[in-house]
Design a protein around this ligand. Structure first.
Ligand code: PLP
Length: 391
């Protein structure tokens, strides 16, 4: 008997779970594994948000089904966020939709927009969910040309690809490469969208997770962006709410309508009390976001400096809480990640997990304390010393 459809059976292997398996085995042997592989914040959700949830839970009005698109109050909070942060006006009823985390929204949007056989432009490497989403919808992925800083080179897309592409998925600030862009790049994306009738999305999961003075732009800042584009937002990273499952999508009303129609047949939005708490988060003064960012910055500074001294090649990011590090000569990304784990108990994600062009790199998540990073650095130095001894 077949218990899985061909579609499910043939899903690409999720490399993250392979490493999690290995972590468990090592821990069972007593190894103190330091996990820099998981791309989720280690810090707790700010107290004022937890408080808002506790109160909302006690209100029985919040115990019923939400409206499919999410509560109007939550969608208004998203619209105000766009107004305050980017000067972008949105109609909360038609141009904003609540999501059960942006991952869900991205996969469902692809399904809602493309037909089987349609082409979709995505970066390589990129967040693995894009490729699976395209696969599930029967689409065909095409590599978006990138420069050495992982910024899109729209002019290098072949005319055939540009004409045939139905959808392009962008993600800035970027996971896993930490690439960031200026609003000018979004202008070019919208120009391309107009010329070749391509729907554009920006996955803005790290929009607020930025360093120093860098302010990540929104694609919706571009005049006319709403004719072609939507942007996915998430509270997972900026408010340490990855387990809460709450996000949103904003922009083109026809795209939002297609997604809302599909979703209304699949889910009934998020628990109203969680929407209420997320609303309170978005209506806050973002002080907790700034505090988190400063914590990530210190961690980045520490590991970046140590990696430089040890001879690793990496760039200091302007956004996200990752370092994208070149593996030493002679290693594959998988080989390096495995040896690092075996020899030091430090777990990182091999670049190949994000696409073939992620080969030669690993992604390091700065989701542990400064003390634990000191321990990481101590183990790296030891490993390096032993390696030199062997020569
Ligand atoms: C974490 C992450 C998401 C998913 O966020 P959720 O809102 O928790 O589903 C989406 N895109 C990227 C690039 C991410 O790293």
């Amino acid at each position: 008997m077949q218990f899985a459809s061909n579609k499910v059976r043939d899903l690409p292997a999720y490399l993250f779970s392979v490493f999690q398996q290995k972590k468990k085995q090592l821990e069972a042997k007593g190894v103190d594994v330091i996990d820099l592989g998981i791309g989720a914040p280690d810090l707790p959700t700010p107290d004022f948000i937890c408080q808002a949830l506790s109160e909302a839970v006690k209100d029985s009005n919040n115990h019923r089904y939400s409206t499919y698109s999410g509560s109007l109050e939550y969608r208004r909070a998203v619209a105000s966020f766009y107004k305050n942060q980017y000067g972008v006006s949105l109609d909360p009823e038609k141009e904003v939709l609540a999501l059960i985390g942006s991952k869900e929204g991205i996969v469902n949007l692809i399904q809602a927009v493309i037909n089987p056989g349609d082409k979709v432009l995505i970066a390589n490497p990129s967040y693995p969910v894009y490729e699976t989403g395209i696969y599930l919808a029967g689409g065909k992925k095409i590599d978006l040309p990138l420069n050495k800083n992982y910024e899109p080179l729209f002019d290098n897309i072949s005319t055939d690809d540009a004409d045939e592409a139905k959808l392009m998925l962008l993600n800035y600030p970027n996971n896993p490469t930490t690439a960031t862009i200026d609003v000018n790049t979004f202008h070019k994306a919208i120009t391309l969208a107009k010329k070749h009738s391509i729907v554009i999305t920006n996955d803005a999961a790290y929009q607020l997770v930025t360093c120093k003075d860098y302010k990540a732009p929104s694609i919706l800042e571009v005049p006319n962006a709403k004719e072609y584009a939507i942007e996915f937002g998430s509270l997972s990273k900026s408010f340490n709410m990855s387990g809460w499952r709450i996000g949103y999508v904003a922009g083109n009303k026809d795209l939002i309508q297609s997604l809302a129609t599909l979703k209304s047949n699949i889910d009934t939005s998020q628990f109203l009390a969680i929407q209420k708490a997320a609303q309170v988060a978005l209506e806050s003064n973002f002080q907790t976001v700034q505090e988190n960012n400063r914590i990530y910055e210190k961690r980045i500074e520490k590991l970046y400096a140590a990696l430089q001294k040890l001879g690793f090649s990496t760039q200091k990011p302007r956004g996200t809480f990752f370092l994208w590090v070149k593996v030493p000569a002679g290693y594959t990304s998988m080989g390096f990640a495995n040896e690092l784990l075996d020899n030091t108990g430090v777990m990182v994600t091999p670049g190949i997990a994000f696409g073939e062009k992620g080969e030669g790199y690993v992604r390091i998540a700065l989701t542990v304390t400064l003390n634990r990073l000191d321990e990481v650095i101590r183990r790296l130095k030891l490993w390096k010393m032993n390696e030199v001894d062997e020569i």
